[in-house]
Ligand binder design. Structure first.
Ligand code: URA
Length: 243
């Protein structure tokens, strides 16, 4: 009897903690908007289930991360300062994938923390997400010297780590940043100008290709096209929130 009471109190605490976190998240993600009753319903029914799954995911991702940290499958291992595994919410619904770490990322061991990374953070915020809510990764986990494009062999050595990451996180949408990311993940060979803005698919997950933020730093006029692409992604989440 006593056990049942304590158990039910603990379950309620988790339930309400999750509910409060979810409601805070909604208010932060959509400031000034009325709270949609359908969202509340979804939070009340789904959050506790998700918490269990996410715990398992974190354990498995940690294991994967420690494997990647020891990887020496390609020559990039010799010149790296740090492996840049990826970071963010392990149960993110939105994932961004770039090409590979640059100098700043290599020094810090974190993805997208240099100038292009700061622009990516702004893009994420413009989409009404925070950097902590999404997951950010790269095609290759070690810096190619002088920021050159990773070679096909380097991509082949690394791509399964990314595919495993995607499986663990299971996002609803992936945004692929630049041609290298699209061609490496989807196994095609197309220019990003042709690919961007059109929905593609990877193992049942919706994929939106767009220009890489590093390109936007050089070509400011392309920001408008990127914003159009990102708005298509935002619509997916609006539909989920309001249905
Ligand atoms: N460019 C990338 O593609 N990835 C990073 O992490 C940083 C810059």
């Amino acid at each position: 009897m006593k056990f049942n009471y304590i158990y039910s109190m603990a379950m309620n605490k988790t339930f309400f903690d999750n509910l409060i976190t979810g409601i805070r998240h909604e208010y932060t993600a959509h400031p000034g908007q009325d709270f949609d009753p359908a969202v509340l319903q979804a939070l009340m029914s789904e959050r506790p289930k998700k918490a269990n799954i996410s715990q398992k995911k974190a354990d498995s991702l940690e294991q994967l991360c420690s494997n990647v940290r020891q990887c020496d499958s390609c020559p990039l291992a010799k010149t790296r300062h740090n492996v840049v595994f990826g970071e963010g919410n392990v149960h993110a619904e939105l994932m961004f994938i770039g090409e590979g770490p640059g100098n700043e990322e290599d020094m810090q061991g974190r993805p997208f923390v240099g100038e292009a990374g700061q622009l990516l953070t702004k893009m994420i915020q413009a989409m009404q997400f925070t950097r902590e809510e999404v997951y950010i990764a790269n095609i290759v986990k070690c810096r190619p010297p002088n920021n050159r494009v990773p070679s096909p062999d380097e991509i082949a050595a690394c791509i399964n780590y990314l595919k495993a990451q995607i499986q663990f996180i299971a996002p609803q949408v992936i945004v692929l940043l630049g041609a290298t990311a699209v061609n490496a993940l989807l196994g095609c060979n197309e220019g990003i100008t042709r690919l961007r803005g059109k929905w593609l698919e990877f193992e049942g997950i919706k994929v939106m290709p767009t220009f890489h933020p590093a390109y936007l730093l050089r070509q400011k006029s392309a920001k408008r096209q990127v914003w159009e692409d990102l708005q298509q992604v935002m619509k997916v989440f609006d539909r989920v929130y309001r249905s």
